[in-house]
Design a protein around this ligand. Sequence first.
Ligand code: NAP
Length: 485
Amino acid sequence: MDEEGRPLRVAVIGAGMAGILSAIKLIEAGLTDFTVYEKGDRVGGTWRENTYPGLSCDVPSHLYSYSFALSPDWSRRFAPGEEIEAYFERVAAEHGVVERTRFGDAVVRAELIDGRWHLTTASGHQDEADIVIAATGVLHHPRYPDIPGLDAFDGALFHSARWDHSVPLEGARVGVIGTGSTAVQITSAIVDRVARLSLFQRTAQWVMPQENPAYTVEERAAFREDPGKLAELHQTLADMFDVFANAVVDTEAPELRMIEQACLDNLEQNVRDPVLRERLRPTYRAACKRLIISPDFYDAIQRPNAELVTAGIERVESRGVCTKDGRRHDLDVLVLATGFHADAFMRPMEIVGRGGTTLEQTWDPRPEAYLSISIPDFPNLFMLNGPNGPVGNFSLIEVAELQLGYILQLVERVRRGECRELCASAEALAEFERAREEAARHTVWVTGCQSWYLDDRGLPAVWPWPFRQFRERMAAPDLAAYELT
Ligand code: NAP
């Protein structure tokens, strides 16, 4: 209840993984007066938007699941994207999230007026909420490359996150720009369908080999019969990922050396042609860029109809891509697997906090939030998977679950009437950022590569401590870091 005896009203923005989670946990906490706002026509977030061939999650599916909704039915270790999307749809439907979601209407503005957030959607719908949870995702806004002539291309051209399924691939000459996780998955999936595949590589990538076995009918039956087995597997995988998370924040960690060796062995043993091998060999440490996980990328790029193009793109013409060595690569389809604007978060929503301060002003030159959750002057607005949190080769579901547990403890203070508003203090944020920047200098992400982890100063916009420390910080809020009004 608020001061006037009304139950607290909550607005959740986004019905992807984190928005579905928020709705379920709000219901569990008895905070049932809420609406989830979703600009799309279905739940699923990134799994709804990305439909490219080969889409999957390179975090094992038994880990990339809600801890309270483990599934015995995953078909493979790394289940395909469609299956993941179906999982989120099923969990959302089973927990009553769908009927609490307003679909097809994006929140475009949120302004704090007299202690309440006044929301406006694209259709003009208005709402007022005491609490806002921004579950708006991280890699959401496609980054289109600044390559001259893109508009002049006569064939089909689209970003990987806007895949045009009406374009036939069979028999086509397809170009893929980029060698991130997305481009690698696409390459492996389409190489045998297309006439020719040209992969335009600007920077070589380390590739960690991971097989993707199917679960047998017997294994799935065993999971169904004994949920304890599922929980055990979830925990084992979480422990394995903790090791990885700890390795990337300590450049001297033996586990990081093991990852580097596994990637090196993969390159040495699985790329036959020595010339191609050298062109695929990165010049920086493994896991500096987000590590690529693939059982079959090297096989795919060695197919007779595949070509790794490393000459550098000069421009695009109506018939194809011209590289700096004077060649033109004639193409029917050009896929831009060129990544996302990783610093947008809630933007382009217009958010106006205390004293008319806008988020745009506050986040100039870069986004910051205390523990990636709370922003001074933006009380009762909390982010899931916000800036500078744990991202990378982890389960963002576990991250969001921990963050939401923390946020709900803060919300409880408001519900109990201990305060009406709360947000991190400017001092707490400044101290957090100081410590984060210092720790970030010792991580693998700054050992000599470019990546979307790095901010405008070249510092990783990422949680730079062991994951255990994140769990500890999320266990209970330190109220001394908050301003309570
Ligand atoms: P990305 O990692 O940002 O990769 C973008 C690629 O495009 C890079 O290879 C980049 O080259 C290249 N590129 C960008 N602009 C270019 C230009 N103008 N000319 C030539 N090349 C250009 O994007 P992503 O592959 O979409 O992946 C983004 C993130 O999404 C991943 O890191 C991961 O966190 C997540 N993801 C996860 C999965 C999963 O299975 N869990 C799958 C896909 C994506 P440079 O390297 O030289 O910059």
